[in-house]
Design a protein around this ligand. Structure first.
Ligand code: TRP
Length: 326
């Protein structure tokens, strides 16, 4: 069985882009693959969040993943900081990576990599991510486009380490989800729906009330030629609504386009379909919110399972470089 691993930061609320682009695929993967899902709270520290806020977000994200269908009996769902091997292996990998290759990471450059005050944690961020992946000997890592460069680095570090010290790490592959919509911002349909760009009307959160969802879809930017056609280049707003409707109803956006004449009808059906998906998810989320002890117990179980794998890999990497076992 192929092993799949992915990570997600507990920062900012999850939106439909995260759900249709990633989380829903994770839920599907867990039945056919050996799945590890990591809430990367250590990575979130690079944003220097308020401590209470980080705690809240970590529990909220875990609850949302559970509500979205991640099954803790099928998948290993855990908090990164609960498995100390992540930080231990990261050091060894920092002694494998070079200054030049980390300095060239576009995400680091975008986040102010040329400034004296940039945190070292932002610089070494991709090495910690490599550690997350390599500890589990993952075959597949589903990531979005923005993380591909980090995954390339992970592969490079694994190969470099293996060449020097012997076959310790599996070299993982990035996977593009087989199904999954690229969800665009409802107000700026030429760019991805994103939690890092503030666009309150353009982003539908997984916890948005039905009335908010309806309002946002109604106000979604379209065009003026009043023809429903799936054409992401020329008609990005309409194409995005069709993609959302298709994602929510397991349909095909091109086929769906044929059954609509009016933008208003498309918008009505799209918001109804989204509400139909999100309402049960929100109900399950509320149950977890009412029972934080259950969420913590799930994380404890996940951490135990994760540690049993991660510690074995860490021990062989530590041994390979010449560290004496305690
Ligand atoms: N860097 C990823 C992001 O911001 C999150 C992440 C951390 C991750 N560790 C990972 C993704 C390991 C996949 C595998 O989206």
């Amino acid at each position: 069985m192929a092993r799949v691993l992915s990570g997600i930061q507990p920062s900012g609320d999850l939106h439909l882009g995260n759900y249709f682009g990633a989380v829903r695929n994770w839920v599907n993967d867990q039945t056919t693959k050996d799945a590890f899902f990591c809430v990367v709270d250590l990575h979130a520290l690079t944003n220097t969040p308020d401590p209470e806020e980080l705690r809240r977000q970590s529990i909220q994200l875990t609850s949302l993943l559970l509500a979205a269908g991640i099954d803790p009996l099928q998948s290993t769902l855990f908090l990164q900081s609960h498995v100390p091997s992540h930080q231990q292996l990261a050091w060894i990998l920092e002694c494998t990576a070079t200054y030049g290759e980390l300095r060239r990471m576009t995400q680091f450059k975008d986040k102010g990599g040329d400034q004296e005050t940039v945190r070292v944690g932002l610089f070494t961020y991709p090495v910690l991510m490599a550690s997350d992946i390599l500890l589990y000997q993952a075959d597949e890592v589903p990531v979005g486009d923005d993380q591909r460069q980090h995954l390339e680095l992970t592969r490079e570090l694994a190969q470099r380490f293996n060449n020097r010290y012997g076959q310790i790490f599996k070299v993982p592959n990035a996977t593009i989800p087989a199904v999954g919509a690229r969800v665009m911002d409802l107000q700026h349909p030429e760019r991805k729906m994103s939690k890092s760009v503030a666009s309150p009307l353009g982003t539908i959160g997984l916890l948005d009330a039905p009335s908010e969802i309806e309002k946002k879809v109604k106000k979604a930017v379209t065009d003026t030629d009043d023809m429903v056609r799936f054409d992401p280049q020329l008609k990005p707003g309409i194409a995005n609504l069709l993609s959302l409707l298709a994602a929510a109803t397991d349909g095909d956006p091109k086929v769906l386009a044929d059954s609509y004449q009016r933008y208003g009808d498309l918008k009505r059906d799209t918001s109804e379909a989204l509400v139909a998906i999100l309402t049960p998810l929100q109900e399950r989320y509320e149950e977890f919110q009412r029972d934080p002890a259950q969420v913590l117990a799930i994380l404890k179980l996940g951490a135990e399972k994760a540690r049993s794998v991660a510690e074995v890999t860490y021990a062989s990497a530590a041994d390979a470089v010449g560290l004496i076992a305690p």
